[in-house]
Design a protein around this ligand. Structure first.
Ligand code: SF4
Ligand code: SF4
Length: 232
């Protein structure tokens, strides 16, 4: 899932300071599961912003609305009325949701209430970790299902750097060395010989270095209508 965390209250307040009425839009998918941008967080943020406004002597109104998903037009349409009626919107979805609102409602000033952090998963109560950077050419099968692209600090594809100590990455004792984990995993699978193969120089054009990526599924596209017949 996409993991995000709420921006500091001062930063959020400053982004909408000039608006009297502000709508906070939550998202019911990834950021609800990670307790960053769901309905409950929207209500809590609204309360905090009301208190902030009051303590600064500002007359402000903060209301909330909830979309099941902000990253699809049809779900955004369910909150079109409150969004169109607002001068400013704080989206507490990921950056995709913020941009979806900006594109779908061009007259509305939308600002991000979250920092979109990474693609990851919860590993224990209250702890989320990164697992994927969406490189566009998944190579997990070479590494026993563990990703050195997202999880090695040096993005090494041909073995460890040699700096790990007791299975921890040299950048921090809080970070496991993914190459130690890959080796242990391949050993368990009886596939450690995989590491004898030199991984070739990688084509990184599948990541976003060449600009925003796009997937087109011709089988799912709506066929273009045939041109209207013209009378002779
Ligand atoms: S190889 Fe790429 S797509 Fe696969 S998990 Fe790693 S970053 Fe994600
Ligand atoms: S210690 Fe391990 S995870 Fe850290 S940079 Fe070196 S190989 Fe990568």
């Amino acid at each position: 899932m996409i993991i995000g965390e709420q921006k500091p209250l001062d930063e959020i307040y400053d982004m909408v300071r000039k608006y009297r009425e502000v709508l906070i839009v939550s998202c019911g998918t990834c950021v609800t599961v990670s307790f960053a941008g769901g309905e409950k967080e929207a209500e809590t943020l609204a309360s905090k912003l009301r208190i902030r406004a009051r303590t600064q002597g500002h007359d402000r109104v903060f209301s909330t609305a909830s979309a099941k998903r902000q990253c699809e037009w049809e779900f955004l349409d369910t909150v079109a009325a409150p969004i169109k009626g607002a001068k400013a919107v704080i989206s507490i979805a990921c950056g995709i949701g913020v941009q979806a609102i900006a594109e779908h409602f061009p007259g509305v000033h939308v600002v991000p209430g979250l920092n979109t952090s990474f693609l990851g998963m919860p590993v224990s109560q209250g702890v989320w970790e990164e697992r994927c950077v969406a490189c566009g050419d998944c190579i997990l099968h070479h590494f026993g299902g563990l990703c050195p692209v997202a999880r090695c600090s040096k993005v090494l594809l041909n073995g460890p750097c040699g700096g790990s100590v007791a299975g921890k990455c040299e950048i921090s004792e809080d970070v496991p060395c993914i190459w130690q984990m890959i080796h242990d995993r391949l050993n368990t699978l009886g596939m450690v010989d995989n590491l004898d193969n030199i991984f070739p120089v990688r084509n990184w054009r599948t990541n976003n270095a060449a600009g925003p990526r796009r997937i087109i599924r011709e089988d799912l596209k709506i066929p273009a209508s045939p041109p209207a017949a013209t009378s002779a």
